[in-house]
Design a protein around this ligand. Structure first.
Ligand SMILES: [Zn+2]
Length: 338
């Protein structure tokens, strides 16, 4: 079986490795599409200090079952699956209590665990999800972001008609805003980047505001002067991470969320004055099934995404290909392995 192993010196080596099902609850998956994320590009360009080398890149992937498990569950060979990018550590207190979805030290594919740039992977049955026919492979590559948005939504504890201000209108802010609308909660999306706000409008988000000196007035107008019933700061946003507390109503929840973060320094003065509760949401393995359902129910839309496709041979050119950086979710780069 072939894997593409990235060495510390940035060289991607093709290697042969056995991929054999050894346990009753394991399945074998033939990989079909691997999304090249910004993490992968950083890995490939040697700029990922927390990565553990040598490592197989590839955080987000879909494939087909090539060997089903011997556990008695009725699975069809050839069925399409989404591969979970997080693996429970198996040794933390929650894992020991068999509460693996609440693992406090999830291993991350393509960061500190091998990813999916390989032709086959043997994985635990709990680490794959079957994809319904109404969800395309390409849509499935957004599952982790939708799951994260679902997890944020749970944490916000909002009711119908509440106003949630989201700082950062990139992929997480956009998907979260759409999920809020689906649940009849009112999102107000704020960003410094008009391109993200314009795209959110295309996705059906009504209140989108550029961060400028009219923001207070705009938020006051939409909320009827009450300010935000809850606030979300999306990781890697260019907006100041102290801003959510400025426009939060007293005694409300503020959630910091994302799969990746820059160093974040927050001024907590307003949080203390308003007695806000602060939460952090950075992984959402337990919401993967509901994320797939959301896609199947067409509860979110991502119009005009222009997918780009390549093969393993294109990987050395990826850094150049992904120069668009923060807009990469609008033109995802997918390695086809089938
Ligand atoms: Zn654990």
């Amino acid at each position: 079986m072939k894997v593409w192993m990235l060495q510390q010196n940035g060289i991607l080596e093709e290697q042969n490795r056995p991929e054999v099902v050894t346990q009753k609850m394991q399945v074998k998956v033939k990989l079909s599409k691997v999304l090249i994320t910004e993490n992968d590009v950083e890995l490939l360009s040697g700029k990922f200090p927390s990565a553990i080398y040598p490592i197989i890149p590839g955080h987000t992937a879909v494939g087909v079952l090539s060997e089903t498990c011997a556990c008695g569950i009725d699975l069809t060979k050839g069925a399409r699956v989404y591969l979970h990018p997080l693996f429970p550590c198996g040794v933390c207190e929650n894992c020991k209590k068999d509460s693996v979805l609440d693992c406090t030290d999830m291993h991350i594919a393509g960061v500190n665990a091998h990813g999916f740039l390989r032709d086959f992977a043997v994985v635990n049955l709990n680490d794959v999800s079957l994809l319904p026919s109404s969800v395309s492979d390409e849509q499935a590559l957004f599952v982790e972001w939708i799951a994260l948005a679902e997890s944020v939504l749970d944490t916000l504890d909002c009711s119908k008609g509440d106003h949630v201000v989201i700082y950062g209108a990139s992929i997480l802010g956009n998907l979260l805003a759409q999920l809020l609308i689906y649940r009849k909660i009112v999102p107000i999306l704020v960003d410094t980047d008009v391109a993200f706000l314009d795209y959110a409008k295309k996705c059906g988000v009504y209140y989108t505001f550029k961060l400028d000196n009219t923001l207070r007035e705009n938020i006051m107008k939409v909320t009827g002067g009450r300010l935000a019933d809850a606030s979300v700061y999306a990781g890697l946003s260019d907006v100041s991470p102290s801003l959510p507390f400025v426009y939060a109503a007293p005694c409300t929840n503020v959630v910091y969320a994302g799969l990746r973060f820059k160093d974040v320094e927050v001024n907590l003065k307003n949080a203390l004055l308003k007695q806000c509760a602060v939460y952090c949401v950075t992984q959402a393995k337990k919401h993967i099934s509901s994320a797939i359902n959301i896609l199947a129910n067409k509860a979110i839309t991502l119009p005009d995404i222009s997918y780009r496709y390549g093969t393993i041979d294109d990987l050395p050119n990826l850094t150049r290909l992904l120069q668009i950086g923060k807009y990469s979710f609008l033109s995802p780069y997918i390695i086809k392995l089938l």
